[in-house]
Design a protein around this ligand. Structure first.
Ligand SMILES: Nc1nc2c(c(=O)[nH]1)N[C@H]1C(S)=C(S)[C@@H](COP(=O)(O)O)O[C@H]1N2
Ligand SMILES: [Mo]
Length: 377
């Protein structure tokens, strides 16, 4: 196996490098206060783009569905839109979410906790399309290729990933051309992207140009060695698939500009957030106000749908002044519980360790500067 070059780095420095910052300013995360929306407004959804965002002329664009099939198809965007449509709320989370909390830090996009979003995607189911082209005997995998190109690990490539035929033909898998009722914006994969509910973000290939049925496992860079959980660069490890359970909290109170410590006045405080898992439903969310020693059950909110995050809330009686560390942790119906700290791995993926929020509770908030318009809020 060729060793990846550009990603074969870790940093022991607590500070991110300018190289990491270049990625971080291109690929933004969800502002945590956006957890208040069951469906993330488009510009608040996280973004991850490995190379450049392709500019696509929809009149020239085609989707080629072929490979080891009886009747390959070339579709225009209108052809895709004329097919049966589905709309589904799906939570997407980058597999590298949490990477920057690892030590040493694998050098890549330095996510903290918030590389997530939930959108209402509209598109056409994949299975009927695969049935229409008719996979031939021996067809075992489906490769999804994006229009975007670049160099990663010393290898020039299109962004592409595969699924087994069994995964690709699951009912909930579809090709999306709209998000929250709008055509996909360029950054989310215009004109068409794959959506594989429950799976980590790298699976949802954007700017699709082809879907190719193959007989052998696909070994392109983004499939292998990327997106594997391994503690050494010499072993491939286990492939990253579905999202591990995670819960996130809206930071309460008001932030200090830097370092974003929260300030809160004494009294009743509603802690709220969202939780999700690709392995089953969220059955429990617990909250701690002492850094993870004592836990209390949060109340689970309404059903956001099988593949969308679930809201939760908990009333905290902040009746003591002082410093607190708030945490929350989710448990899914498969019995997976979010860990307080997750084992280190070389690519910095699947780190679902609990979020920690520092809060200072004071008898009163520092005196507010009166708004210039004189209107008190
Ligand atoms: N073609 C293409 N598809 C891609 C990517 C990419 O760089 N190119 N990034 C992947 C990764 S790693 C993630 S986490 C998600 C992010 O999707 P979003 O930017 O729409 O939130 O897209 C995935 N699909
Ligand atoms: Mo990602």
């Amino acid at each position: 196996m060729a060793k990846p070059e550009s990603t074969h780095q870790v940093s022991t420095s607590p500070d991110v490098s300018l190289d990491e910052l270049q990625l971080a300013v291109r690929n933004h995360s969800l502002p945590l206060e956006a957890l208040r929306y069951p469906i993330t407004p488009i510009g608040m959804h996280y973004l991850l783009i490995h190379f450049d965002i392709p500019r696509v002329d929809p009149s020239q664009w085609r989707l080629v569905v072929g490979g080891h099939v009886r009747a390959p198809l070339t579709l225009t965007l209108d052809d895709v839109k004329r097919r049966p449509a589905v709309t589904l709320a799906v939570t997407l989370e980058c597999a590298g979410n949490g990477r920057a909390n690892l030590s040493p830090r694998p050098v890549s996009q330095p996510w903290l906790f918030e590389a997530v979003g939930t959108a209402e995607w509209t598109g056409t189911p994949l299975r009927p399309l695969l049935e229409a082209v008719g996979a031939l005997d021996g067809a075992a995998h489906v490769v999804f290729t994006g229009l975007d190109r670049g160099v990663q690990g010393g290898i020039e490539q299109h962004y592409e990933r595969s699924l087994t035929m069994a995964e690709a033909t699951r009912e909930e898998v579809f090709l999306a051309y709209a998000i929250n009722g709008q055509p996909l914006p360029p950054q989310h994969g215009f004109p068409l992207r794959l959506v594989v509910p429950g799976w980590y973000g790298m699976t949802h290939v954007k700017w699709l140009r082809s879907i190719t049925v193959v007989t052998r496992p696909f070994r392109g860079y983004q499939q292998e060695p990327a997106y594997h959980v391994t503690s050494t660069w010499d072993e491939l490890g286990e492939p990253v698939t579905r999202m591990l359970p995670r819960s996130l909290m809206v930071p309460p109170g008001i932030p200090e500009f830097l370092p974003r410590t929260r300030q809160l006045a004494l009294g009743r405080c509603i802690l709220e957030g969202q939780a999700w898992s690709g392995w089953g439903r969220i059955v429990r969310v617990e909250v701690s106000t002492d850094g993870g020693n004592a836990w209390a059950d949060a109340e689970l909110g309404g059903d956001g749908g099988e593949f969308a995050w679930q809201s939760w809330r908990h009333v905290w009686d902040a009746d003591q002044a002082g410093q607190f560390e708030l945490c929350c942790r989710a448990t899914d119906s498969a019995g997976n519980v979010q860990p307080l700290s997750a084992p280190w791995n070389a690519h910095g993926v699947c780190n679902n360790q609990v979020q920690r929020i520092k809060v200072v509770v004071a008898h009163e908030l520092p005196p507010a500067q009166a708004p210039a318009d004189g209107l008190a809020n």
